[in-house]
Design a protein around this ligand. Structure first.
Ligand code: GLP
Length: 242
């Protein structure tokens, strides 16, 4: 495990974007596993900036996103499909045919997850997986207590996650979807490189628990201690307890 200390959010975003762009430069047709949430927004903005300056080319890149809310139409402003298009895909030269997210509009969970697993296998697995971390240690939407060996599956979001994500739904927990399709820990662990971004005081406790505590399904991110190529880029506040 490699820990990179950043001064602040902007510095964290730049450092993470550097690692992502290095991956794309080294392997232009790489598979990027991408994440949503507030934390990676700055890294995506940095990548867009470098793209506009001609420093990075996404034309051969394939993307697979971690997760999607079950039951939200793609066009809903808070679907992860919309999030990714707004923050990255609409602003760079990525081929729309190479963009993949779980299909939250497919009500048949088994079918939606099986199809997503097939896609991940068909593209040859993930070269670099970007992750944020939830306050309860979730990665993607793998909530505490779930088996480490799962691939894409349907999850019930915990009350804590619904509470944390209500800020995106007019502050109303009733509007937050209660389920999601998420890549499993097994898929994340099979990624050749994993990069986590974390910022702010609110993440300090869980960062300490996940990376300096026992490896346990109760703290899903803790399994990353066992990954052969895992990098955590955090700002001073998020890393303040380690
Ligand atoms: C959601 C996403 C996760 C993300 C987490 C933390 O639950 N499914 O992938 O890591 O939020 O989000 P934030 O970065 O806004 O703290």
């Amino acid at each position: 495990m490699k820990i990179i200390r950043a001064k602040d959010y902007a510095d964290m975003s730049r450092k993470a974007a550097n690692i992502i762009s290095a991956q794309v430069i080294m392997k232009p047709n790489c598979v990027l596993g991408l994440a949503t949430g507030g934390t990676p927004v700055g890294a995506y903005a940095q990548l867009v900036d470098w793209y506009n300056k001609g420093d990075i080319d996404f034309s051969e890149v394939t993307t697979v996103n971690l997760d999607e809310y079950r039951g939200l139409p793609k066009e809903h402003p808070e679907s992860y499909w919309s999030f990714m298009h707004k923050n990255l895909f609409d602003k760079v030269n990525i081929d729309p045919a190479k963009i993949n997210l779980p299909d939250g509009t497919n009500p048949d969970a088994e079918d939606a997850c099986a199809k997503y697993n097939q896609i991940i296998h068909a593209v040859g697995g993930i070269d670099l997986q970007l992750l944020g971390i939830g306050h309860d240690g979730h990665i993607g939407f793998n909530e505490p207590g779930e088996a480490f060996e799962l691939e894409t599956h349907c999850v019930d979001l915990t009350a804590e996650t619904i509470e944390a994500n209500k800020r995106f739904f007019d502050g109303n927990v009733n509007l937050v979807p209660k389920q999601a399709y998420t890549m499993g820990i097994k898929t994340i662990m099979q990624a050749r490189k994993v990069l986590m971004v974390a910022n702010g005081k609110g993440k300090a406790e869980i960062i300490k628990k996940a990376f300096f505590g026992p490896v346990t399904p109760e703290v899903p991110a803790s399994i990353l201690q066992m990954h052969p190529d895992f990098t955590l880029v955090g700002d001073e506040e998020a890393l303040s307890l380690i």
